[in-house]
Structure formats: structure tokens, C-alpha cells
Design a protein around this ligand. Structure first.
Ligand code: COA
Length: 172
């Protein structure tokens, strides 16, 4: 397989929107009792205008991954995203890193992560943080392998579902 990773632009909005919906569904869809909650979340979060606007903000950096020219994954970094525990540091947030289920074996997650880390070093961010569903063991293992450590808890609701997240941090 020919793997290519590049930064995404607003021209990739349709790719990212569809990848966002499908990868979220593959990862968390089973946690929603009412499918309507999930669909309304998708409408709000992954609509093409919403993603186009997100791609155009200077504080966001997106990457898109292709396998044999097919878009199969994406990642998003939010620059200067504050974290209460590090008020005096330059902190950025790894907001998304998602690969389609059928392509997980290609280890594209690691390649996306490398691109993210390069950017974090380039912008001299001192701390990279993320919030991860505490039951998402595959991703938690992945982040631990790359030096992230659990710090605090964070709670967030989508529709009628309440979720518990672990905040994980990596210092640079
Ligand atoms: C998170 C993600 C990008 C990581 O990429 P990846 O290529 O799967 O990562 P790796 O396979 O290198 O690392 C995952 C680790 O978890 C382990 N693992 C695999 N499946 C697992 C499972 N079902 N439960 C627990 N651990 C698992 C792997 O063995 C690996 O550890 P190892 O390298 O010590 O063997 C990718 O899994 C993904 O896109 N997942 C779906 C979306 C998601 O959860 N995104 C994060 C949301 S915050």
C-alpha cells in the first residue's frame, strides 16, 4: 500500500467531513442507545460548512492520510488550547486522530502522530494534551506508547449519553 500523509486544506472539507462521521461511528456508535443523538451530533460536528470553517482557522492544523490514493484517516491539532493544570505553559491539543477500521493494520495512526509531534516542536508548544474516553483502551495504549500520561478527568454529554474522559498530557 502506498501511504501518503499531507496537511489538509479547505479543499479537503468533504473528505474530512465524511471520514469524521464514519470513523466516529465505527469507534463510538455502539455507545449510543438512540441513533438520533448520534445523527444530530454528526449534523452539528461534521457538516461540510462546519469542517470548512474549522479548516480555515489559523489555530487549527489538519492532516489527511491516503492509502493507495483513498482517504482513510485524519488528525487535527488545535494550537494554543489552554489547559487548567498548565496555566503558564504554551499548550496545544491533539483534538482528533482517526483511521478507518479497515485500515488500522497499516499503522497510519503512528504516522499521523509523528506529523503532529513535528508541528508541536516547530511551534514550540511545551505541552500537548488530549481528552480520551476512558474505555478506549486501544487509543489509550497508543498514546501511552508515545509518552502521554493520564492527568485529570473531564465529563461531556452528547444527546442523552454522558461520557467520562481521561485527560492525557505529553510534555515537550
Ligand atoms: C487511535 C489510533 C489512531 C491509533 O493507531 P493504531 O495504528 O491503532 O495504533 P497502534 O496499533 O500502533 O497502537 C495501539 C496499541 O493498542 C493495542 N491494541 C490493539 N487493539 C486493542 C484493543 N482492542 N484493546 C486494547 N489494546 C489494543 C495494540 O496492540 C497497540 O499496542 P502495541 O503497539 O503495544 O501492540 C487508531 O487505533 C484509531 O484510529 N482508532 C479509532 C479512532 C480512535 O479511537 N481515535 C482516538 C479517539 S481520542
Amino acid at each position: 500500500m502506498d501511504i501518503l500523509i499531507r496537511k489538509a486544506t479547505t479543499h479537503d472539507a468533504e473528505y474530512i467531513s465524511l471520514l469524521g462521521r464514519i470513523t466516529f461511528d465505527e469507534t463510538f456508535g455502539h455507545l449510543f442507545e438512540d441513533r438520533k443523538d448520534l445523527l444530530s451530533y454528526f449534523e452539528n460536528t461534521f457538516s461540510v460548512p462546519k469542517i470548512t470553517s474549522s479548516l480555515s482557522k489559523k489555530e487549527n492544523v489538519f492532516w489527511i492520510a491516503f492509502a493507495n490514493q483513498l482517504p482513510v484517516g485524519y488528525a487535527k491539532l488545535k494550537i494554543d488550547s489552554p489547559l487548567d493544570d498548565f496555566p503558564n505553559h504554551k499548550t496545544s491539543q491533539l483534538q482528533k486522530i482517526y483511521v478507518l477500521k479497515d485500515f488500522l493494520a497499516l499503522k497510519i495512526g503512528a504516522k499521523l502522530q509523528e506529523e503532529l509531534f513535528k508541528e508541536v516542536r516547530k511551534i514550540n508548544s511545551e505541552v500537548l494534551w488530549l481528552a480520551i474516553l476512558y474505555t478506549n483502551l486501544r487509543a489509550i495504549n497508543f498514546y501511552q506508547k508515545y509518552g502521554f500520561k493520564k492527568s485529570s478527568k473531564y465529563y461531556h454529554s452528547i444527546g442523552k449519553e454522558n461520557f467520562e474522559f481521561d485527560v492525557m498530557i505529553k510534555e515537550f
